[in-house]
Design a protein around this ligand. Sequence first.
Ligand SMILES: Cc1cc2nc3c(=O)[nH]c(=O)nc-3n(C[C@H](O)[C@H](O)[C@H](O)COP(=O)(O)O)c2cc1C
Length: 197
Amino acid sequence: MKLAVILGTTRLGRQTEKQALWVVNTAAQMEDVEVELIDLSDYPMPFFAEPASPRYNPAREIDAVAQKWLARLDAADAYVFVSPEYNHSIPGVLKNALDYIDFQLNRKPAAVVTHGAVGGARAAMHLKEIISESKALPIPNAVAFHGVSDGIDEAGNISDALKANPYGPQTALEALLAELKWYSDALAAARVPALAV
Ligand SMILES: Cc1cc2nc3c(=O)[nH]c(=O)nc-3n(C[C@H](O)[C@H](O)[C@H](O)COP(=O)(O)O)c2cc1C
């Protein structure tokens, strides 16, 4: 599985970077998984302003930075979107990046990992709906994490106490990644290349 972990905010001082590194570190321990981080800070694309929906515009002309973001997505088999909750939803920068997608996520599984006062649960629900319209398959597992700022260090290491909790976020993340890999392996075998639906 080629796994892309998307860091869904560009805010200065963002805590979500720790959470995304934690996902990358955990995935890197798995067999048959190549994981890479896609940081939206590296893709400062303009607000989406194309004349038609990307999925209904075969002649679309794509902003050069957005094109690079889409190429990164295209190369992956599966995704984990890591997002904070802003105003009961996802950050605008992530929504804008998702608006550029045409068929890069087709028939590929995606999971959401969020954080916030209620674990980012409201952002997670929005994000699952959005990525289903992006033609990904949102898997049932999710991780909604309260307390990222104290629970994970700058290098993405989760605290020993949280790691040891059998009902804690580490257990939930490992289950999510195992499930994502199951869907990824199944869908990669079944996918017909270049079929846009
Ligand atoms: C613009 C903004 C809106 C926020 N709205 C919410 C919210 O609706 N619910 C919530 O639980 N936390 C909310 N928060 C708190 C964030 O979840 C918390 O600050 C978190 O650390 C943000 O992730 P970040 O540090 O990666 O930006 C908000 C924070 C910001 C900056």
